[in-house]
Design a binder for this molecule. Structure first.
Ligand code: ADP
Ligand code: ADP
Length: 224
């Protein structure tokens, strides 16, 4: 479903974020992306969404080379992706429900249907009772779960969550992870990054990144 083939990303001559990364994520897998700040986790996730493109190598999503997608093709790719990134904050001037409805409304869904789907999504993250609250009235963990609801309301095949538990206490972080795992359990492919080793799920597959390389894959660039 997701394949990196010897991917290198250089932002500038002295900023190499990924070095010869190769990996495969199968449909329905739950994968944690671990490693310290600056290891390249965000860059890796952004490349799956074509928010960044490889300097060399290929990134395939459902067999499509996403580094070569033209701007007109991006909405089609991203329709399959639920994105939970720091940059995509909730809109603070409208309700939780309106935030979650937005991705449906922009694709032209009728309002009543969008509201029904948004309520179902909020129910799945345990926040239906906060539907009419303003985002800033919620705790950090609740806001992050609203972001998850917004990301999955279009029923994407893949969820990409970049540090979804950052700045949360342990209990809130676990609720966020449980919400993500609930989608994994119904077949959604999930990639979750975290710099916090304690957040990693012992039962899940963990990919460790250091200085832009996957641990144990230091020679991948030379081999490929
Ligand atoms: P992580 O998510 O693991 O913290 P990032 O992917 O954000 O790692 O960053 C990896 C490396 O790439 C870091 O050295 C970072 O400074 C650099 N980097 C990230 N984004 C940019 C950018 N837009 N321009 C230049 N350098 C960047
Ligand atoms: P409906 O709008 O028909 O009530 P739901 O949105 O409640 O449907 O979802 C129906 C089922 O599909 C739920 O059990 C949900 O967990 C599951 N499901 C499967 N794939 C996804 C996905 N990518 N995103 C959200 N839910 C999903």
């Amino acid at each position: 479903m997701i394949e990196f083939q010897n991917v290198t990303k250089q932002y500038s001559p002295d900023a190499t974020a990924l070095r010869g990364v190769s990996l495969t994520v199968e449909k329905g897998e739950l994968v944690f992306l671990a490693g310290p700040s600056g290891a390249g986790k965000s860059t890796l996730l952004k490349m799956i969404a074509a928010m960044e493109r490889p300097s060399s190598g290929r990134v395939l999503v459902n067999g499509q080379d996403v580094g070569r997608i033209k701007p007109a093709g991006l909405p089609f790719l991203r329709r399959n992706l639920g994105l939970i990134f720091q940059q995509q904050r909730l809109l603070t001037d409208r309700s939780v429900l309106d935030n979650v409805m937005l991705p449906l409304l922009v694709t032209g869904a009728p309002r009543a249907a969008a509201e029904q789907r948004a309520r179902a999504a909020l129910d799945k993250v345990g926040l239906l009772d906060r539907a009419l609250a303003q985002p800033l009235a919620l705790s950090g963990g609740e806001q992050q779960r609203v972001s998850i609801a917004r990301a999955i309301v279009n029923r994407p095949q893949i969820i990409l969550a970049d540090e979804p538990t950052a700045n949360l206490d342990r209990a809130s972080a676990n609720q966020v992870l449980d919400a993500l795992k609930a989608f994994h359990s119904v077949g959604v492919t999930c990639l979750i990054s975290s710099h916090d080793e304690q957040m990693l799920d012992a039962a899940a597959r963990v990919i460790h990144l250091h200085h832009g390389q996957i641990d144990g894959q230091q020679d991948a660039g030379a081999q490929a």
